[in-house]
Design a protein around this ligand. Sequence first.
Ligand SMILES: *Cc1c(COP(=O)(O)O)cnc(C)c1O
Length: 503
Amino acid sequence: MLISKDDRLIFEKSSAGRTGAGLPTAFIAAKNPFKTLNPKFRRKEDAQFPEVAEPEIIRHYVNLSRKNFSIDTHFYPLGSCTMKYNPKLNEWAAAQEGFSQVHPHQPESTIQGYMHILYELEQFLKTMTGMDHFTLQPAAGAHGELTGMMLIHAYHHSRGDTKRRKVLVPDSSHGTNPATAALLGYEVVTLKSNARGRVDLAELKSHLDETSACLMLTNPNTMGLFESDILEITKAVHQAGALLYYDGANLNALLGIARPGDMGFDIVHLNLHKTFSTPHGGGGPGAGPVGVKAYLLPFLPHPLVEKTGSAYRWAAESKQSVGRVKSFFGNAGMLLRAYTYIVTLGIDGIKKISEDAVINANYLKEKLKDVLPVAVDEVCMHEFVLTLKAAKAKGIHSGDVGKRLLDYGYHAPTVHFPLVVDEALMIEPTESESRETLDLFIAALRQIAREIEESPELVLGAPWTMPIGRPDEVKAARNPILTYRDVVREREKNAKEPVASKP
Ligand SMILES: *Cc1c(COP(=O)(O)O)cnc(C)c1O
């Protein structure tokens, strides 16, 4: 170890009185805001901040940021997450004062430009999906699902149809689908996929009856495959009086090519933070607009923008509305970014996204399948799933390959999902990657496939190059060490316990 390496935490670099900032003395003298503050709002003791100079705080944050993988630093083929490049132009647009400084209670007449963008975004999403109306309020995909399922519940109940308590989901579905249905008190029925990784029509029909509320479906499904029986599926569901919910978190294969509305879906949600390039990850802000067919309009959450002549206003609230699902206009900054992305590309550019995303995915799949078998080897859409079940005999799991890829400079693909594939490795390159990047990634995965055969310990011990290697994943998620106090507590605990020997 290098003796001079400074790995002290920011609190350990603190030195009393050192600072990188100062308030103007004239301001403090003139109207010291602290003097007039009601004492009950004052701190009893000083806040515990590290006292450091500007270079130290800059290095602290820049170094922290460099410990992360991000789409701005690395190829990020995380299946089902659509980690495409987020154009910086979107950030510029959303930061414009006319948007970022708007107060949500401002009168309509002063935010006509803002309302114009919300309205236009809605028109675009309608055109892209074949739906008749959209709410832009939901803050994420799962939140869109919740909103959509509330609409389905409200619709059935408005017709006195109260027996519908079952929600059907395929076994390959995203985990949020059954979770959403269960959260609303529905009984979740899991449909077994057929050998081609798709909905089994006979299985679906055997579960459809007057107690079915809806089928939640992703198309392309989480195997990256198009549901070729989609028209028969939607017909069967409608004949049973149930509705079709489209999980459109990833629309990256269909833009300008096929529309869920035309397939017969009644409700869709979209993830603007996947398909429309607004940044996501770490639970950060997203946007999950929900689109519906015309007959569901009365149930949509408010506010909705309305246009009369060339003026915009908030529509009158419908009595049947499920109510608000988010404050004000939703995550408006995300909506602005998505709108910027859409107008930058134009309709032709938008269609090209899907063409390129599908070509990139198929290119990777074809170049990898001789060393890492594909779960269902057919033409895929925007993503595909490999299976590492052969490596299992050596004690290697798909998660180990994900860890090893970090050493090669790539974010891990989605591992161990979808659950229907043994040792799944789910890869989604997106359209923003060049042929050269894909070729380097292919070379890395082929090299890892060789390592599995020749030196499995390299894969099993990976990553070798990261600041943190293999934390206890459950503990890391439930009891993360995030603050200096967590670090101190953890150190004190470890000092008491005997040091565990390395396996
Ligand atoms: C990402 C995703 C979701 C959930 O979206 P969040 O914004 O993370 O809540 C739902 N369904 C599918 C298919 C997804 O890929």
